[in-house]
Design a protein. Structure first.
Length: 368
């Protein structure tokens, strides 16, 4: 009976209030403090305001020195062949292309060949990418489940930052459940990512979840020089006070995204009907294989009180091979088919039903 009353309250009160759209930071934005990370090699991931550089009167010329490519003996497979005419042994050498490619890139010997293979498809995607982001831009989305506004997400973009010696852009999303949905489940979450402004590669990713049944702190650092990702993870299950801590490192490919940055990365692609883009999405030391298909460029979406012509992207994310219990994820995204590429709508098919997100507010921001 109580569940029926709660459901009725939710249905009657599903219209969001102004209070539902007010967000506040629930923790320090830098999880390095939470995990007490003191290792000097992580100091470069401290975020700094970028200083304006003076225009030099004389540009220094840089000389690129081509390093001599070396082939180690273990890369050469030796095969003996008997020459019929001379009856002499001839040594034929065959170079293992995968190992040679690893050494050519200056990567360690234990670097996975699988990541090099990922770069083949990803490189094609990045060749089509042009930087597209707007400093100061904001999106407010209503998240609807079973026809009820379950919560709101606010996306905010900031720039003029520096991290790990790279100019960076900051994307931040704050989510909290609606006032009346808290009877079912309460969440006050934050996710953010810093990406390099030049090639849009993630540098630092943070996830903070403060929910009815769990608290999660998730920090992922991407060292593009070492080609490694470092994970610091803590989860508290409130039911039994069970705590799980993980520290992990793993290799990353040259091209990749995280789940947050992907939303903004695709805006810089041509997005012509029929286009297919493939690249890995890294999370917690593992990668999902993401395929983005431009399904339509003429969808009609009602957003912000008017009908807009929209581009629909159908995405399929295949889970890591080691995660046999996880299933593929399918989500559709809609962006305005104009110069602004405004993020308008999303629809995800989950095992417990469909979840939709619709834009309610937009602050344009400015191109850098």
């Amino acid at each position: 009976m109580n569940k029926i009353l709660i459901l009725l309250i939710l249905i009657i009160s599903s219209c969001s209030s102004t209070e539902d759209k007010v967000f506040s930071d629930q923790v320090s934005p830098d999880l390095a403090e939470t995990f007490n990370i003191e290792n000097k090699k992580f100091a470069k991931f401290i975020v700094e305001e970028k200083e304006e550089e003076p225009n030099p009167s004389v540009k220094e010329e840089t000389v690129k020195v081509k390093k001599e490519e070396k082939i180690s003996r273990q890369d050469i497979k030796v095969k003996k062949i008997i020459n019929i005419s001379t009856k002499k042994e001839v040594i034929e050498t065959k170079i293992d292309p995968s190992r040679t490619a690893i050494e050519k890139e200056g990567l360690p010997e234990d670097y996975p060949k699988e990541l090099l293979d990922l770069d083949i498809d990803s490189k094609k995607t990045w060749k089509n990418y042009s930087p597209f982001y707007k400093v100061g831009e904001e999106f407010l989305f209503a998240i609807n489940y079973l026809g009820i506004t379950a919560g709101h997400v606010r996306f905010v973009t900031t720039g003029n930052l520096k991290i790990a010696k790279r100019d960076a852009i900051h994307f931040r999303a704050l989510f909290k459940t609606s006032k009346f949905y808290k009877y079912v489940y309460e969440a006050d979450d934050m996710v953010e990512t810093y990406v390099s402004s030049k090639d849009f590669l993630p540098i630092k990713y943070s996830l903070v979840q403060r929910e009815s049944n769990k608290d999660v702190d998730d920090l992922q650092l991407f060292d593009q020089e070492e080609k490694k990702t470092y994970l610091f993870y803590k989860r508290l299950k409130k039911k039994n006070n069970e705590v799980r801590n993980i520290e992990k490192e793993a290799y990353i490919p040259k091209y990749y995204q995280d789940f947050m940055s992907t939303l903004f990365f695709v805006r810089g692609l041509p997005l012509k009907k029929g286009d297919v883009y493939k690249f890995p999405v890294f999370t917690r030391g593992k990668f999902w294989r993401l395929t983005v298909t431009v399904a339509s460029v003429n969808d009609e979406v009602k957003a912000l009180g008017v009908w807009k012509k929209a581009i629909r992207l159908d995405t399929v994310a295949m889970p890591p091979k080691s995660d046999t219990k996880k299933q593929k994820s399918t989500i559709s995204f809609w962006y305005s088919n104009d110069a602004d590429r405004i993020f308008l709508k999303l629809k995800a098919k989950l095992k417990f039903g469909s979840v939709e997100g619709e834009i309610e507010e937009h602050i344009p921001g400015r191109m850098p």
